[in-house]
Design a protein around this ligand. Structure first.
Ligand SMILES: Cc1cc2nc3c(=O)[nH]c(=O)nc-3n(C[C@H](O)[C@H](O)[C@H](O)COP(=O)(O)O)c2cc1C
Length: 194
């Protein structure tokens, strides 16, 4: 199973980088996870250079949009057992240390040991707009893999869900996402014409 989370890493200069990443909890003793960052990401570079991360659980779909497509400043506090930063608005988190990093292929395979786990209390519930934003954010980071027609149809469908079930924050994030895709497409068309 793959869960989605906001992974924060530090670069060599101590700057915090948040990015959504898929996380595979590994079975067996000792609490380990697998991350599969593309080697072009800051997350990969930071994992390689500094060897630590915080896996922040969040149900805030807007956060996935903003951290996947931009570089927002987020409210964070220091991790306890590793050099790292925890998102203030987490739903729980793992502080993790890199154990093994395999670089073959386009995507690395980074096995990490969980050194601290924090679970937040309180009721959690599904909201379709959050899920729609996460799907939209994934789509927007993989524009090169799909036709413009497919992307438009998918975004229209996801935007309808957000309009029906989201609040103001979710609607703003969907607008941001759609603007981002429109801009990226124009840049792509211009580059193809040049
Ligand atoms: C829900 C979600 C899951 C993602 N999972 C991954 C992943 O497992 N590996 C990856 O390299 N990128 C993944 N991405 C795309 C990265 O978040 C995106 O490329 C981001 O810009 C990388 O940021 P960074 O360069 O600051 O690390 C995912 C995006 C979303 C929205």
């Amino acid at each position: 199973m793959i869960i989605e989370a906001i992974v924060t890493t530090l670069d060599a200069g101590g700057r915090c980088n948040p990015a959504p990443m898929g996380v595979v909890p590994l079975s067996g003793e000792g609490g380990r996870i697998l991350l599969r960052p593309f080697k072009a990401t800051h997350t990969f570079r930071n994992l390689k250079e500094t060897g630590f991360a915080v896996v922040n659980m969040s149900w805030d779909g807007a956060l996935y949009v903003y951290t996947a497509l931009g570089d927002p400043e987020l409210l964070v506090f220091p991790a306890e057992k590793i050099p790292g930063r925890v998102l203030r608005d987490h739903w729980g988190y793992w502080e993790v240390a890199v154990e093994e990093l395999k670089e073959a292929g386009e995507r690395a395979a980074v096995t990490c040991r969980i050194v601290k786990e924090v679970a937040r209390e309180g009721i959690g519930a599904f909201n379709r707009a959050q899920a729609a934003l996460i799907e939209g954010a994934i789509l927007a980071t993989r524009l090169h893999l799909h036709s413009p027609a497919f992307i438009k149809a998918e975004l229209d469908r996801l935007a309808t869900i957000v309009a029906k079930t989201g609040g103001q924050r979710e609607k703003e994030a969907m607008d941001f996402l759609q603007d981002y895709v429109t801009r990226a497409r124009k840049v792509g068309e211009k580059n193809a014409a040049d």
